[in-house]
Design a protein around this ligand. Structure first.
Ligand code: NG6
Ligand code: CA
Length: 495
């Protein structure tokens, strides 16, 4: 009888370990060099550092693209975004680009009996065209595998400046309906262009339309006054929602995609962070993200969920300094290198575009350490399907099961990876190939490098992580081989 009980206990322990809670802590525009555990010296991120010290820190972890929408599309669907039209940076009134019913990272977890939620930045479109924001907002996250959502439609710098919970705008007064347009201003409503005297932060490029909370945005809106967010409270609001979701799901298992807004523009952190980094609002917003991470992890601890929760921390694309507002990010940067030793950043085909902080912590399973395996967020659907004992979704064509690498059992990840910066580029082991591309070498808005060049570029990252020595001329055979491998990967599996 006794041995029976022991056997039963063993079984239940094993089963529990196979379905850990999964908490994805996701920053917006956080660079490889923006956190102290990746080498930042002028900024300190103690909560992220602690997570890394207790977990596995990847030095070659990637998002799938160097901007938000394609990156998140790939992470949720397991398909590179460049295979689908209309997956570039979306306006805030775009229809949803993941078709309802399509298998996603969320539906994988749901299929394994998880409670699933997304809190924070969405930016994958809502509705199926001509959405009435005053009615039921669908399709949205709930139609692709999430049980719960508390999101902003697009970005902090895009209208509508309201939160959507499940299918409704939060706090909307029916007597003051909300209207959104990306075509023309609403007569009588202030804009950044017409009313610069009302601004507390001026745009540096674009961002001169609807003026909400003293900040002008992309797109126009009218009404919905009672529902408008206050930028300085946004991180606290999302963090509190995340804690609430975890508390309500404590009997588990749950999957929470916590999609923070920091340090994306506009950078308007809560007053308690203002001036704390010495680097202006961008640095302060990074401290705010670190604080959100700390608060959420403390909540896990308090509920006794730390041991059996797999926490993943990463970012949707590389860093950018001036992304459209005069917020002193350039002036106060000092010696800080947002992409660390990498070249490029957001919008770039260089490594800084997609190589980002990437940490996995799962105390009962993952040994703390550092891994150099090449891993990508596009691999999440197949890897988490494997973790939860399910087949990978058929449409997740680019997603590889990298569970052994993600759990630190092996240090081998992908053999190859397509990076979607400006031009598509290819990683093959430590080699990096960027084909010749006619585009401009610099992004004129952000004054940052795109990776475009009129000649092919080839780098040996094992010796030259900063992609400064172009070996294309001396390694012609390798250039040829990688060009055809990239073309093959671009066409897709089976082509
Ligand atoms: C760009 C915006 C930039 C930012 C980005 C999206 C201009 C000139 N620039 O078009 O400010 O919003 O889109 O960032 O409007 S992302 O992280 O969501 O991809
Ligand atoms: Ca982003």
């Amino acid at each position: 009888m006794k041995s029976c009980w022991i056997a039963l206990m063993l079984v239940s322990v094993t089963v529990a370990a196979e379905k850990p809670n999964v908490l994805l802590l996701y920053a917006d525009d956080l660079g490889y060099g923006d956190v102290s555990c990746y080498g930042a010296k002028t900024i300190s991120t103690p909560h992220i550092d602690k997570l890394a010290a207790d977990g596995l820190r990847f030095t070659d972890g990637h998002c799938a693209a160097a901007t938000c929408t394609p990156s998140r599309f790939a992470m949720l669907t397991g398909e590179y975004a460049f295979r689908q039209k209309g997956t570039g940076i979306l306006p805030g009134d775009a229809k949803m680009i993941i078709p309802p019913g399509r298998a996603t990272l969320a539906s994988v977890f749901k299929g394994a009996g998880y409670r699933t939620g997304v809190i924070g930045k969405w930016h994958l479109g809502l509705g199926d065209g001509a959405l009435d924001w005053n009615g039921a907002i669908q399709p949205g996250p709930l139609e692709i595998g999430f049980d719960h959502c508390f999101i902003m439609a697009a970005t902090g710098d895009r209208v509508p400046c309201v939160f959507v919970q499940d299918h409704q705008i939060v706090g909307l007064d029916p007597a003051d309906p909300i209207q959104v347009s990306y075509k023309q201003p609403f007569p009588g409503e202030p804009t950044g262009k017409a009313n610069p005297e009302l601004l507390r932060m001026r745009p540096s490029h674009g961002h001169d339309m609807a003026l909400i909370n003293g900040i002008s945005r992309i797109g126009y809106m009218k009404g919905g006054k009672s529902a408008l967010w206050k930028d300085e409270d946004m991180a606290d609001t999302f963090t509190a929602q995340a804690v609430k979701f975890i508390e309500a799901s404590k009997d588990g298992p749950f999957f929470l995609y916590f999609a923070a807004h920091d340090p994306h523009v506009p950078r308007i952190p809560h007053p308690r962070f203002v001036g704390k980094s010495g680097m202006g609002p961008r640095g302060d917003a990074i401290l705010q993200f670190d604080d959100s991470v700390g608060t959420i992890l403390t909540a896990l601890d308090k509920l006794g969920l730390k041991d059996n929760t797999l926490v993943l921390l990463s970012s949707d694309n590389g860093p950018v300094v001036d992304d459209g507002y005069q917020d002193e990010a350039v002036e106060k940067l000092g010696d800080h290198k947002p992409a660390g030793p990498l070249r490029g950043g957001k919008y770039s085909a260089f490594e800084g575009g997609t190589r980002v902080p990437f940490i996995v912590r799962w105390p009962v399973k993952v040994k703390p350490g550092v891994s150099s395996a090449l891993v990508c967020q596009v691999d999440f659907p197949a890897s988490f399907a494997a973790l939860t004992g399910q087949p990978a979704p058929a449409a997740a064509v680019d997603s590889q099961n990298l569970l052994p690498a993600l759990l630190g059992e092996v240090e081998t990840g992908r053999a190859q990876l397509v990076e979607q910066g400006g031009p598509l580029s290819l990683r093959d082991g430590d080699w990096k190939f960027i084909p010749a591309s006619p585009g401009a070498a610099k992004n004129k808005n952000t004054n940052s490098e795109t990776g475009n060049a009129p000649v092919p570029q080839l780098f040996d990252l094992s010796k030259n992580m900063g992609e400064s020595q172009n070996l294309a001329k001396t390694e012609e055979d390798r250039v040829k081989a990688m060009a055809s491998a990239l073309e093959k990967a671009r066409l897709g599996p089976g082509k």
